[in-house]
Structure formats: C-alpha cells, structure tokens
Design a protein around this ligand. Structure first.
Ligand SMILES: C[S@@+](CC[C@H](N)C(=O)[O-])C[C@H]1O[C@@H](n2cnc3c(N)ncnc32)[C@H](O)[C@@H]1O
Length: 267
C-alpha cells in the first residue's frame, strides 16, 4: 500500500509524478492545465481508507471500480494498491482523457499490469457487468470492489448481487458514501427511498443470519466494507434470501378474546 506516498496540498494530492486535482472538477486556471486527474474525494475519506488498509491486510491483485467520474479514482487506486489488474465501469457517455491514456500505457508497459475502463456501462445491467467480470478477470476472482457509482439503493443492490458471487472468500466489497441519508447537507441531492444505509443494514442482518455469505461488515463514516464469506454463490444470488427473520404469531389481543367469547356465547 502506498498511502504514505500521498502528498497533500490545498487543491490537489500528488503521488509520484501524478497530480490529482481535488473536487468535482479542476479549478479554472489550474497550473497543470489538462495534465492532471480529477479526483472527487477529499483527504478525510482517504485517511479513513489509510486506517482501514493499515489494520486489514487485504490481497489486492484484482480490483473492480464502479463509478470513475473522470478516471482519477481508478488511477489513484492503482497507484495506492498496485493491483495486477484494475477495471473501471461508469455509465457516463465519455472516453478516457489523454492524461489517463498516457498514464495507463506507461503503467501497463512498466508494470506488465492490466488497466481497462468501460464507459457507457451501468452498474444496474447484470448481463453487461457479468460479461466484463468473465472476460476481463481471466477467470480469477476479484479481491476488492469499490462502489462509488450511483449511491441509489435500486442500482447498488443490483450490482452487489451481480458481483458478490465472483469474490473469493475474504475479498471485500466497499460501498462509498453509504450514509448520505444521515448527512444533512447531502440528503436533498438524492431521491427519497433510494438510501443505501438500508442496504448496509440488510448486509448486517445477513452477516448475523448466516456468516458464510457475508462474514463481516465494517462501517466507517465514509464507506462500508463487506467481507465475502466462504459459501459458493450462483448468478441468481439475492441478498434477501440470506436473511433470517422470525415470523411471530399475532398477540391474543383483548379484541380477539372478546370476539371469541361472543362467538362461544352465540354457539
Ligand atoms: C461520485 S462520482 C465517482 C467519483 C470517483 N470515484 C472519484 O472518486 O473521483 C459517481 C460516478 O458514478 C457514475 N454513475 C452513476 N450512476 C451509475 C450507474 N448506474 N452505473 C455506473 N456508473 C454510475 C457517475 O457517472 C459518476 O461518474
């Protein structure tokens, strides 16, 4: 892990020869012009990741990222984790920037690694996502998934149920910004009913029901880490099928007892 190589400045983070402008877009008159990545993250979340990865020593040969924005996060995860293979998916109708393309070729040549992006691809399209996993990971299982895409419940659960069976036991599935429902400055930006903290709660319920599907859920303010259990899962995996909830019989209420008494009197 290369977190100690991150050099933080006001509007950017630098790692080696590569500059990442911080925020949703780079500032006008950025001194590097287009010679930088745009990274829609801040120091706080990367400090949380640093803490997580310093405690949890995870294998990271094969990495899948959902939600690339400008490609900066894909490049950053590569620089930090140095996987053998990293694949990114985003539903934006765009292409890799020239800076990203040059960085990618340099890294693939120097390291013999594999870096590939799929634009125009939705996390909520199980067939497309499954084809990418089967074709691009060479039948090797995935070690880490970063989901920083829609943050909507309906599409986040689809990609989770599609991808989770392809993780090996001990591999991790990370859901970024899972807590937006509880952030008063952000909640209005998302549609009602699409909160993903509900999904994290379902994951916790599953871990408590059957630990061979989800073996742990670690929750941080900026992301949740779901660890894959050992049970083999198939393409029809549905999280809800792996949650046990008891069914209680209804209470013998006063109204019910009265009704029964009246019925007995009539009979
Ligand atoms: C918060 S941005 C990602 C930021 C990026 N990971 C970074 O740190 O710089 C969310 C991204 O998810 C993408 N996205 C939204 N819905 C998606 C979907 N259904 N499938 C794939 N990507 C999606 C958006 O186009 C956007 O690029």
């Amino acid at each position: 892990m290369n977190f100690e190589k991150l050099n933080w400045e006001n509007d950017r983070v630098v790692i080696g020869d590569f500059t990442f402008s911080l925020g949703i877009s780079k500032p006008e008159n950025f001194d590097k012009g287009d010679e930088c990545f745009v990274l829609w993250k801040n120091k706080a979340i990367l400090d949380e990741y640093k803490t997580y990865f310093s405690i949890n020593h995870k294998q990271c040969n094969n990495v899948l990222e959902l939600g690339m924005w400008d490609g900066g996060s894909t490049a950053l995860w590569y620089e930090l984790l140095r996987p053998k293979r990293i694949v990114g998916i985003d539903n934006l109708d765009k292409k890799d920037t020239d800076y990203f393309t040059r960085w990618k070729h340099q890294r693939m040549e120097e390291d013999g690694s594999f870096i590939k992006t799929f634009w125009n691809t939705s996390q909520a399209n199980p067939q497309q996502v499954r084809d990418i996993i089967k074709n691009e990971f060479n039948s090797e299982s995935i070690d880490i998934v970063f989901d920083d895409a829609s943050h909507h419940y309906s599409s986040t659960i689809v990609s989770f149920e599609t991808i989770f069976p392809y993780l090996q036991p001990g591999a991790i599935y990370i859901i970024e910004d899972w807590a937006w429902l509880h952030w008063k400055n952000w909640v209005h930006k998302f549609p009602r009913g699409e909160d993903i903290s509900r999904l994290v709660y379902q994951m916790i319920q599953s871990a408590g029901s059957y630990s061979d599907i989800i073996s742990s859920v670690n929750v941080y303010p900026g992301f949740a880490v779901v660890e894959r259990g050992s049970k083999r899962l198939t393409d029809d995996f549905k999280l809800q099928d792996h949650i046990f909830l008891p069914t209680y019989t209804k209470k013998n209420t006063f109204k019910k007892r009265l009704k029964a008494a009246v019925k007995a009197m009539i009979e």
